[in-house]
Design a protein around this ligand. Structure first.
Ligand code: DUC
Ligand code: ZN
Ligand code: ZN
Length: 466
């Protein structure tokens, strides 16, 4: 007689975004088909006694193989980036597809699909970055892409060549209003940053620390307020990504108090790093250059409070990796002359979940259901991944089994990304995913890779459930 299940996960403690309970999980044909006590036989069994059984992590903010300026290469492609994500307990990631000026978004998507096809260890889908909102893009292309399952797009208020002006942001938001898609906004005021960069460079202050000084809280707070106001004018929900500080959080809270639908996201760097980390000798601070920059202890506390209280819906990595000791990375020839030329972004797709588990759950700041919501369930809801982010009958069997007693110290040598450092080197961690299952297939067993590249597949998405 054949076993009723392909896989049974037995004896673990299951956590969802609302509950924690002891149960076995039965998997068949890639889906969860039964949850209960003493389930029947599986062709394969995993004994999860003493461990937590959680939905696989969904990291909805990841950059892979993204063009990042002349002579600069991102440290991760889809193979290394998704392998690293998998080892960090993730089963789905949402990388960005950058529309370059003059390029159609379809064309850009074709390139990213070609880069990802057959290379991935996790499931994936794409957000589009709109950098050239022509009438054709806004009128025809974006609405057609939303209908095809690309249901979110990001706009930038900073970076020359990428930023949109307010009119363009309004018009892009209007596409979201008409289609039901979701706009994500990078909130920093480019003109204010340009002004401060000019002042610092004129004074010869060009070391990495000036990256943080030239992107102060006021620059993010103003842009956050403006993005929220523009969304209010258009009357659409909006995602404020990578929020780094208390005043920006207050802007979100005020908009919500006015009845606006706002999704807030923060990231590990805003809990674990400060601007002082950019101070390192011999340009070492370049390792921590990201935008918005890490700030101070009060900002870290505000972000923790936002995670605990519900202000934040999403905890993402903003994995945007560049090698440090590399002429195509942080220490590129121009980057050594001024902070302005250091590529913005840090690796973190593999350490996102262990950091929040260890610092958040194990230290009693958040409970396990909140961890699951912030790292998986909410990402699925917000970005239309209908069969993901939950341990429930009918869902994809995307599961991470965690050992809450595992103690590790973050060492880049143990990670699986393509960078040559971790910004969290030396951080002690309690709790790490030991087994990761994607669509019912055991991809990592007892910390060892069993899955193959190409096992992770592209997933078109539904409209957000907000
Ligand atoms: N914005 C991101 O979302 N990621 C890295 C750099 C940036 O500016
Ligand atoms: Zn951004
Ligand atoms: Zn990002």
């Amino acid at each position: 007689m054949t076993a009723p299940f392909d896989l049974v996960i037995r004896g673990g403690t299951v956590a969802t975004a609302s509950d924690v309970f002891a149960a076995d999980i039965g998997v068949r044909d890639g889906r969860i088909v039964q949850i209960g006590e003493a389930l029947g036989e599986g062709a394969e069994t995993i004994d999860a006694t003493g461990r937590f059984v959680l939905p696989g992590g969904i990291d909805s903010h990841v950059h892979l193989s993204q063009p990042s300026g002349e002579g600069i290469t991102m440290a991760d492609d889809f193979e290394s980036g998704t392998r690293s994500a998998l080892f960090g307990g993730n089963t789905t990631i949402l990388p960005f597809c950058l529309q370059e000026k003059g390029q159609s978004i379809r064309e850009a998507l074709k390139c990213y699909h070609a880069l990802a096809e057959g290379q991935c260890y996790t499931d994936h889908s794409f957000h589009m970055i709109v950098s050239d909102p022509t009438a054709a893009v806004l009128g025809q292309e974006l609405p057609a892409l939303v209908a095809d399952g690309y249901t979110s797009f990001k706009v930038f208020m900073t970076y020359e060549g990428l930023r949109l002006n307010d009119r363009e942001i309004l018009e892009t938001m209007d596409v979201a209003r008409r289609t039901g898609a979701l706009v994500m906004v990078h909130c920093e005021n480019e003109d204010a940053i340009r002004y401060l960069i000019g002042r610092h460079e004129a004074e010869g202050d060009v070391a990495p620390r000036a990256h943080a000084t030239t992107r102060p809280v006021a620059v993010e707070r103003e842009a956050t307020h403006r993005a929220l106001s523009l969304a209010e004018v258009v009357d659409v929900p909006v995602v404020i990504v990578h929020v780094s500080n208390g005043p920006a959080i207050e802007e979100i809270a005020r908009a919500r108090a006015r009845g606006r639908k706002v999704i807030g996201e923060t990231c590990p760097q805003y809990l674990m790093l400060t601007a002082d980390d950019l101070e390192g000798m011999d340009w070492e601070g370049a390792k921590f250059v990201c935008s918005p920059p890490p700030r101070d202890k009060a900002s870290q506390d505000a972000c923790w409070t936002g995670l605990e209280s519900g202000t934040f819906d999403l905890f993402s990595s903003d994995h945007c990796p560049f090698r440090y000791d590399d002429s195509a990375g942080k220490l590129n020839p121009k980057g050594r002359t001024s902070f302005r030329h250091i590529p913005n972004g840090i690796p973190g797709v593999e350490t996102r979940l262990p950091i929040l588990f260890s610092e958040g759950v194990m230290k009693g700041r958040i409970d396990l259901p909140r961890f699951v919501a912030l790292t998986s369930t909410n990402h699925a809801k917000v970005y239309g991944l209908e069969r993901k982010g939950r341990i429930a009958v009918g869902m994809d069997a995307d599961i991470a089994i965690w050992d809450p007693a595992a103690r590790r110290t973050i060492r880049h040598a143990d990670l699986h990304d393509g960078a040559d450092y971790s910004p969290y080197e030396g951080v002690p961690i309690q709790g790490w995913p030991t087994d990761v299952i994607l669509g019912g297939k055991v991809m990592i067993r007892d910390g060892a890779l069993e899955g193959r590249k190409g096992d992770g597949r592209y997933r078109p998405r539904a409209l957000p459930r907000l």
